[in-house]
Ligand binder design. Structure first.
Ligand code: GLV
Ligand code: MN
Length: 196
C-alpha cells in the first residue's frame, strides 16, 4: 500500500527536523549493516501492561528505520492465557500473520458487517484485508504468540475500544450513549476502565 521506492534503500533519519510523507534518509556514508537488521522481536513482551492481556512489539519504520520506503513491516504479538488483541484496524495496510505458539481465534468483519473467523494453531496463517476491523483471542491453555506482516512501513492501528473510550479529550457521552444505545452509566463505566 505504500509508494514504491526511488532508490535501493533510504534508512530513516528519525531525528530529521523537517517533515515529508515518511522520513528522509540518513546519508549513505553513515549507513551500516546494523541498519538492515533488527532484534526487537526476539523478546516476549509484557502482557500485564494493559487490561487486555496482550502486547504488540512493533518492527516498523519507527523501531527499525531500515524499513523506510520499503513498504513493509512486522509485529510480534504476545498473549497471556485468555488474552485479547482487541478489535482494531490498520488504515494503511493489509495484514498477514502466522501463529508461532498456542491457539488463536482470529476474526475480521467486512464493511457489510459480515464476520469471518477461525481457530488457528501453530504454523497456520491468516490474512486481514486492508482497513478491516479484526481481533485475535488466545483460546489455548497457555501463552500464545503470533508474528504479523504488513504491506506498509507504518500500518497504523485504530484500536476500537480506546479509540472511542480513551481519547484526549474524551468524546462527549451524548455521542457514545446514542451510538451504543445505552445510558451514561454504561459509558462512564467503560471510560473508567481506561482511566477516563
Ligand atoms: C495483529 O492484529 C497485529 O496488528 O499485529
Ligand atoms: Mn492487526
Amino acid at each position: 500500500a505504500d509508494p514504491d521506492p526511488l532508490q535501493d534503500f533510504c534508512v530513516a533519519n528519525l531525528n530529521a527536523t523537517f517533515s515529508i510523507n515518511g522520513y528522509p534518509c540518513k546519508s549513505v556514508s553513515e549507513t551500516t549493516s546494523e541498519d538492515f537488521f533488527f532484534s526487537g522481536l526476539s523478546k516476549e513482551g509484557d502482557t500485564n501492561s494493559n487490561p487486555f492481556g496482550f502486547i504488540v512489539t512493533a518492527g516498523n519504520v519507527k523501531t527499525f528505520p531500515g524499513l523506510n520506503t520499503l513498504g513493509l513491516s512486522m509485529n510480534r504479538v504476545d498473549y497471556a492465557p485468555g488474552g485479547l488483541n482487541p478489535p482494531h484496524s490498520h488504515p494503511r495496510a493489509t495484514e498477514t500473520g502466522v501463529v508461532i505458539k498456542g491457539k488463536l481465534l482470529v476474526g475480521f468483519i467486512t464493511t457489510d458487517n459480515v464476520f469471518y473467523s477461525k481457530v488457528l494453531t501453530v504454523g497456520e496463517m491468516f490474512v486481514i484485508p486492508r482497513g478491516l476491523v479484526h481481533f485475535q483471542r488466545n483460546v489455548g491453555e497457555g501463552k500464545a504468540m503470533s508474528i504479523t506482516a504488513f504491506n506498509s512501513q507504518l500500518p497504523g492501528a485504530v484500536v476500537i475500544p480506546t479509540n472511542l473510550f480513551a481519547t484526549t479529550p474524551p468524546i462527549p457521552n451524548q455521542v457514545l450513549t446514542k451510538a451504543f444505545q445505552v445510558g451514561d452509566d454504561v459509558v462512564n463505566s467503560i471510560k473508567s476502565k481506561f482511566g477516563g
